[in-house]
Design a protein around this ligand. Structure first.
Ligand SMILES: Cc1cc2nc3c(=O)[nH]c(=O)nc-3n(C[C@H](O)[C@H](O)[C@H](O)COP(=O)(O)OP(=O)(O)OC[C@H]3O[C@@H](n4cnc5c(N)ncnc54)[C@H](O)[C@@H]3O)c2cc1C
Length: 483
């Protein structure tokens, strides 16, 4: 039976960040993820904002870890080569009552330790965001907020951890956790067999209550809260926004926003509706109408013809109302990273750092002398100069063959995505690592070609290549295999 010091359950941004920080210590670490790839839970469907940290109540785990996480991303951007744009964010107000709410948010943010908060006039706001309605009178500007690419963040943490000896096993659901009678650890049963672990870290997203209960701690529950979105193509930034625009928040969410993405698109959403189904990622007509109405309060004319897709994500709302972080009070050797709703993406590095330090202290582990910072470089053709492109293509012709025409992604980049540490195994895994299939045609042209490249590079029949989730095999007739 395989033996490790730590097993992290869940390969979202929380689990991969924890693994990355654990890999700095002299520990045998493994991450197990039930899906075919990392970051297929809430991490793949959210607003992608690195929040400044003025929303959460002062003194909460959310407030503390948000501000710490935001500061860590400012350091990690270069170290892990993360796709981040530090745009700052605005909360906008139309009425005197809303302007008073901005003052409250500013005071709370200052108490939370958020630097540089400033209330600006509507005119000043429209100098940078001219499409916003004239009805907006003032806005709270937070200069430390930014946009990121959440999948890219999780992939970077996973790649860094793998470079430092951590093991990542996908398609590996944990189905039973049995504490050893002598308190020396746990037998963890997965869909790929059993392993023995001295400690278990629970980072299972909306399933964190179930995983905790498997290990014997049923002290909290997680309720999914759905948020739906509409994504516009890249023509929309001109008529919409370049940064992050929030309304004044409600009790349950930060409100329906209008927001750019790191790759030049714009989205509107999310709404916030509780559900009892941990798998419900459906979008609905009432949901779409709700987010359109919400966004129109800030921009009257939405370019609905430029909408390219809709999607939904599930917030993991804990029964305590806060992040549940650290040692389980009921089970020795179990560590919780549960209830990680927003600002969980922003907080991930701070959660990772804190939990890794706790586990290392309890196991008496030291920091590794030979820890490798960063991750292998990833070539991105569309961001290179002509000269750089020419050189790369001379060395490897696959970088001259464009597979995704919408996003200009080459065969070389797709092969790199497959062979990187914790590389792509599915068509959508390639999409999230390279953007092949994220453009206007949404993979209609390149999807089948990507499947054939995956089959060739992984030495598998194409009938075994999945689009994304469990069982999503693609069928091709023999003639199409001649690529
Ligand atoms: C609508 C919405 C908007 C948001 N916007 C923002 C934002 O702008 N900024 C921000 O900071 N945060 C935001 N968040 C929150 C952020 O997305 C989450 O906090 C973060 O993605 C949570 O990551 P995670 O790793 O904890 O969970 P997940 O990404 O869900 O990962 C958990 C993983 O555990 C795996 N798993 C579950 N059970 C098992 C098992 N038994 N065995 C093995 N694996 C298992 C799952 O398959 C999953 O991959 C938003 C969330 C939503 C829903």
């Amino acid at each position: 039976m395989k033996e490790v010091d730590v097993v992290v359950i869940g390969g979202g941004v929380t689990g991969t960040a924890i693994l990355s920080y654990l890999s700095r210590y002299d520990l045998r670490c493994m991450l197990v993820e039930k899906a075919p790839d990392i970051a297929m839970g809430t991490t793949k469907a959210n607003s992608a904002i690195l929040h400044a940290g003025f929303d959460a109540p002062t003194g909460s785990n959310k407030a503390r870890l948000n501000v710490e996480g935001n500061a860590l991303y400012h350091e990690l951007k270069d170290e892990l080569d993360l796709d981040i744009k530090w745009t700052g964010s605005y909360v906008v107000a139309k009425t005197d009552e809303e302007i008073a709410a901005l003052e409250e948010l500013k005071a709370r943010g200052e108490a939370n330790g958020v630097p540089g908060l400033e209330i600006v006039s509507g005119e000043k706001l429209r100098e940078s965001e001219p499409n916003l309605t004239e009805e907006i009178k003032a806005a709270l500007f937070a200069p430390t907020a930014g946009l990121c690419w959440p999948f890219g963040v999780a992939a970077a943490f996973a790649e860094n951890a793998a470079e430092n000896g951590a093991e990542i096993v996908r398609d590996c659901e944990v189905i039973r956790i049995t504490p050893e009678a002598d308190g020396s650890g746990f037998i963890v049963r997965t869909m790929q067999g059993e392993l023995k672990a001295k400690t278990v870290v629970n980072a299972a997203g909306v399933y964190a209550d179930k995983v905790s209960a498997l290990a014997g701690d049923d002290s909290f529950t997680i309720t999914p809260r759905k948020g739906e979105y509409i994504l516009f193509d890249k023509t929309s930034q001109q008529s919409l926004v370049k940064g992050i625009i929030f309304p004044v928040p409600s009790k349950t969410s930060k409100g329906i926003l209008v927001c750019a993405t790191t790759h030049g698109n714009v989205f509107i959403g999310p709404n916030a509706n509780d559900t009892d189904n941990k798998e419900d990622l459906s979008v609905s007509t009432p949901g779409m109408n709700e987010i359109i109405a919400g966004a129109k309060k800030m921009i009257a004319n939405l370019p609905m013809g430029a909408a390219i897709t809709q999607f939904a994500g599930l917030r993991a709302v804990s029964s305590t109302g806060d992040f549940i972080i650290g040692r389980s009070e009921k089970v020795k050797g179990l560590y919780q990273a549960a209830g990680i709703q927003s600002p969980g993406l922003t907080s991930a590095p701070a959660i990772g750092k804190e939990i890794a330090a706790m586990v290392a202290e309890d196991l008496g582990a030291k920091e590794k002398a030979e820890y490798k910072k960063g991750r292998p470089p990833q070539p991105v053709i569309r961001e290179m100069t002509r000269e750089e492109q020419k050189k790369l293509i001379q060395d490897d012709k696959r970088y001259g063959l464009i597979v995704c025409r919408c996003e200009t992604i080459t065969e070389g980049e797709i092969c790199d995505a497959i062979h990187r540490p914790c590389g792509a195994r599915t068509v959508d895994g390639v999409k999230r690592r390279t953007r092949a299939g994220m453009g206007r045609c949404q993979g209609g042209f390149c999807g089948p070609r990507v499947a054939l490249i995956l089959a060739r590079e992984l030495h598998l029949p194409v009938t075994e290549i999945r689009k994304d989730g469990e069982g999503s095999f693609l069928y091709y007739d023999k003639e199409q295999e001649a690529y």
